[in-house]
Ligand binder design. Structure first.
Ligand SMILES: Cc1cc2nc3c(=O)[nH]c(=O)nc-3n(C[C@H](O)[C@H](O)[C@H](O)COP(=O)(O)OP(=O)(O)OC[C@H]3O[C@@H](n4cnc5c(N)ncnc54)[C@H](O)[C@@H]3O)c2cc1C
Length: 507
């Protein structure tokens, strides 16, 4: 079952999953409105949704024109749908259409106003709600937290979290929320079970933890930082406090969490000017960019690229790519694999970039980096284009002349799919890197092939790696490959803490 879900999720981009999930909740709410299941009538919900969508769309167009920066075509719609699910619809709770319009405009404009190095700081909807609250409109009733919507929100939220593989952060948020509520209930002699039930079912806990907390631009870069961020927001969300006129609220929890995230993991968005592309294997090219300012990152980390265009398929204009260059390089390079059949319009556009065309790079992240201890023996296992984080590390080690004990297994379908052979050959000579190539298509193995044939297995690992149980294993490649090699390592007794993974979805 979970495998089927993963295969489905792999075929859709992260932002589209979020848009589809939010549309589903919005439509269900309107249906509930017609059936009288929610305390609003369907017409006021439809009016609210229309006003918010129109205002967010127009505001986004204005901001795009003024800033002239590439923007994600799905972001404004995601903000609009989230706002719709939180703010009271007109004619209910004395809400006014003007307040809805103001909140929608603030949400979109805030992304362009409150930013650091081109990266927005605050969750746009949370900030808009906080501002209208401070001015006394008090409109954020978080009606998506209604008990009638809890199960659909939980299912759709689970899909979003599964897609972006952020269960650690979301788990930290839920645990902290539940612990805080339990302590509060104990202290005040309130029935703990009843309190927990209420927090999960009748508060916007699931929606906030799965859909809002996971906004990529406002979360920190590494898994540990993300877990701390989840816990901080969980605590602020469930802890009842007030400072003068300011009271605890879900939007305040997120906004304070965003400031915290910014402090522990400074944001940067960089404009990259396209320079050239070099063919490095069958259907695979290295794209070379000039950054507008020096990019700070660790070898093995990734960036999200946004193209300055709308795309004519449903996959959108943003993708994550691992940085294939070393931090010592003045250029920024990405190794990008193109589909055999008709690819996405994102890939068509990036393939046809012309000299000095601009691309926006942001949301730097990732823990797939080498350990601080340079003596730790490492085994890198790459499948196809999953070689890119290792290329960044190997280029860095070559540039800095830092030697580490590394064995690299590099699996490809055919010999023509092997990318970056020149970089690896050089590292084999200069750093003593041990590279073992594997060809998985047994029918297309050349006669004089000196590497291994078939998929990586226990026998091949033991043949090339001494003390195989003492190594740290790094797995990088398409989802199915990483999952199956993770199982293989578990079978040969490698503990989980000695395995690091980097998933390349979409293939
Ligand atoms: C952290 C991270 C790091 C990554 N690093 C890299 C990297 O270094 N290099 C890299 O190449 N990728 C990397 N990826 C994957 C990358 O982000 C894309 O998901 C991947 O390249 C697929 O791109 P695409 O969706 O444009 O599809 P394509 O590559 O164009 O196609 C992939 C498959 O989808 C099919 N397809 C394409 N468009 C459609 C459509 N409209 N409808 C139906 N099917 C379609 C194609 O036929 C093909 O089978 C990384 C992903 C993550 C999350």
């Amino acid at each position: 079952m979970i495998q089927k879900i993963d295969t489905y999720l792999n075929s859709i981009t992260m932002y589209k999953i979020t848009v589809y999930a939010l549309c589903a909740i919005a439509l269900l709410s309107i249906a509930y409105g017609f059936l009288g299941i929610l305390p609003f009538n369907a017409i006021s919900l439809i009016v609210s949704l229309s006003v918010i969508i129109i205002t967010c769309y127009i505001s986004n167009k204005i901001c795009q024109k003024i800033s002239n920066l590439p923007t994600n075509n799905d972001s404004w719609l995601i903000s609009a749908l989230i706002l719709f699910l939180i703010i009271a619809p007109p004619d209910n709770y004395q809400s006014d259409i003007l307040i809805t319009i103001i909140a929608s405009a603030i949400a979109i404009f805030s992304k362009y106003i409150f930013k650091l190095k081109n990266s927005h700081i605050f969750n746009p909807v949370a900030l808009a709600l906080l501002i209208i609250g401070i001015f006394g409109f008090g409109n954020s009733i978080w009606w998506v937290g209604s008990a009638n919507l809890a199960i659909p929100v939980a299912i759709l939220g689970f899909l979003v979290v599964r897609k972006i593989r952020q269960s650690g952060m979301v788990f930290a948020f839920f645990i902290t929320t539940l612990v805080t509520i339990s302590v509060f209930s104990l202290k005040n002699n309130i029935d703990i079970v009843k309190s927990i039930y209420e927090v999960v079912i009748s508060w916007p806990t699931i929606f906030l933890g799965t859909i809002m907390l996971t906004e990529p631009s406002t979360m920190p870069a590494t898994n540990l930082q993300r877990k701390i961020y989840g816990a901080v927001v969980g605590f602020l969300f469930s802890f009842q406090f007030s400072f003068g006129p300011i009271f605890s609220s879900p939007e305040l929890a997120i906004v304070i969490g965003n400031v915290f995230s910014c402090l522990i993991s400074p944001k940067q968005k960089t404009i990259l000017a396209f320079k050239t592309k070099l063919k490095i294997a069958r259907n695979t090219y290295e794209f070379v960019f000039e950054p507008d300012k020096k990019l700070t990152f660790l070898p093995g980390q990734y960036l999200e690229l946004t193209l300055n265009t709308t795309t004519n398929d449903t996959r959108g204009n943003r993708r994550y790519f691992t940085i294939a260059s070393s931090p010592t390089d003045t250029k920024v390079r990405f190794g990008i694999k193109f589909a055999d059949a008709k690819g996405s319009s994102f890939k068509d556009t990036i393939f046809n970039l012309r000299a000095d065309d601009k691309v926006l790079a942001g949301n730097l992240g990732g823990d797939f980096v080498m350990p601080k201890d340079t003596n730790k023996p490492l085994v890198f296992i790459a499948g196809g284009i999953g070689i890119t984080p290792f290329i960044s590390m190997i280029r860095y080690l070559t540039d800095t002349k830092e030697k580490r004990p590394i064995t690299l297994f590099y699996a490809n379908n055919t010999k023509n799919d092997i990318a970056y052979k020149d970089v690896l050959d050089q590292a084999n000579k200069k750093l003593g890197l041990k590279t073992i190539y594997l060809l998985t298509n047994k029918n297309l193995v050349p006669k004089n092939w000196k590497g291994e044939v078939g998929y990586l297995n226990e026998e091949i690992i033991k043949k090339h790696v001494k003390n195989h149980k003492e190594q740290i294993y790094y797995l990088s490649g398409p989802n199915a490959m990483v999952d199956s090699y993770k199982n293989l390592l578990a079978k040969i007794g490698i503990p989980d803490k000695q395995i690091k993974t980097d998933y390349f979805p979409g293939f």
